[in-house]
Design a protein around this ligand. Structure first.
Ligand SMILES: Nc1ncnc2c1ncn2[C@@H]1O[C@H](COP(=O)(O)OP(=O)(O)OP(=O)(O)O)[C@@H](O)[C@H]1O
Ligand SMILES: [Mg+2]
Length: 262
């Protein structure tokens, strides 16, 4: 089961005297339950378009998407999205931001606070329930956004460059936190990043995409997140010979794709 993307293409129609854009061409992708799939590729290669298709915000021009055997025909509570810029509600505190999705579903205050508090604890935000979100650091705000996405218990968590705006140290800590959450909640994840190191460290599967038209040019199975979850320190995983070799191989592929597209 899981998500299957079959023969999907997306053409954005011509607009404002600009020609149509073939944003994705013949994408085939399987995300199994428990997979952590990471997408890497130059700007404009269609990563966010693919995420928006999976989220159901956009329909494919051709091809099909199925989640657990059901055609994806719009957004649903089986999928949750975390964006690069957390879409938090600045006038609400941490607890109400995290509980917001449950409120929309009409769940009682007592129940939604109970669920929200569980994920606030999981994301290391205990004690900040009453803080207005604008007073938090960027890394904490991003954790509020992740906690909110998790409250609806989605099967598939979709993350579009969720850590792109964080400083290096906070980013590494957030990577570890997301892996630990993935390991305890058993979600499937589709994660977009521009960082090769982040992609290799986080994913169980990596897809490398290339632009004009957007397509998957390479894919790899990855062992590194499981090494970290089995107890090897993150920096040790990232400094291993195997990791560095694959990092350089993937960088070569991305640079070659960019030169070919230039
Ligand atoms: N709504 C839209 N209408 C027209 N063209 C679009 C639209 N959204 C994206 N595009 C075009 O489709 C292509 C793929 O865009 P997309 O945002 O999916 O790329 P991306 O890989 O996420 O890029 P980035 O790394 O910069 O976020 C680009 O050429 C972009 O200009
Ligand atoms: Mg994008």
């Amino acid at each position: 089961m899981g998500l299957s993307v079959e023969g999907v293409s997306v053409v954005y129609p011509a607009a404002d005297r600009r020609p149509p854009v073939e944003a994705l061409s013949n994408i085939n992708l399987q995300i199994e339950n428990d997979d952590f799939v990471v997408a890497l590729g130059a700007s404009g290669c269609g990563k966010s378009t693919l995420l928006n298709l999976i989220a159901g915000f956009l329909a494919p021009t051709s091809g099909s998407l199925e989640l657990d055997g059901n055609t994806v025909s719009g957004p649903g509570s089986d999928r949750a999205v975390v964006f690069q810029k957390h879409a938090l509600l600045p006038w609400l505190n941490v607890l109400d931001n995290v509980a917001f999705g449950l409120e929309i579903q009409g769940i009682s205050k007592e129940k939604r606070y109970e669920i929200a508090n569980k994920f606030i604890g999981l994301l290391g935000l205990d004690g900040f329930q009453d803080s207005p979100v604008y007073k938090l650091s960027g890394g904490m705000q991003q954790r509020v956004g992740i906690a909110r996405a998790l409250t609806c218990d989605p099967k598939l968590l979709l993350m579009d460059e969720p850590l792109g705006a964080l400083d290096a140290l906070t980013r590494e800590k957030a990577q570890e936190l997301i892996l630990n959450i993935w390991n305890t909640t058993h979600k499937s994840v589709f994660f977009i990043t521009h960082s090769v190191e982040e992609a290799l460290f986080m994913g169980t599967k990596l897809i490398v995409m290339s632009p004009r038209p957007g397509r998957i040019t390479n894919s790899f199975d990855l062992p590194f997140s499981r090494q970290f979850l089995a107890g090897t320190p993150a920096r040790q995983v990232k400094a291993s010979t195997e990791f560095i070799k694959l990092r350089e191989d993937v960088l070569k592929i991305i640079f070659a794709d960019e030169e070919a597209a230039a």
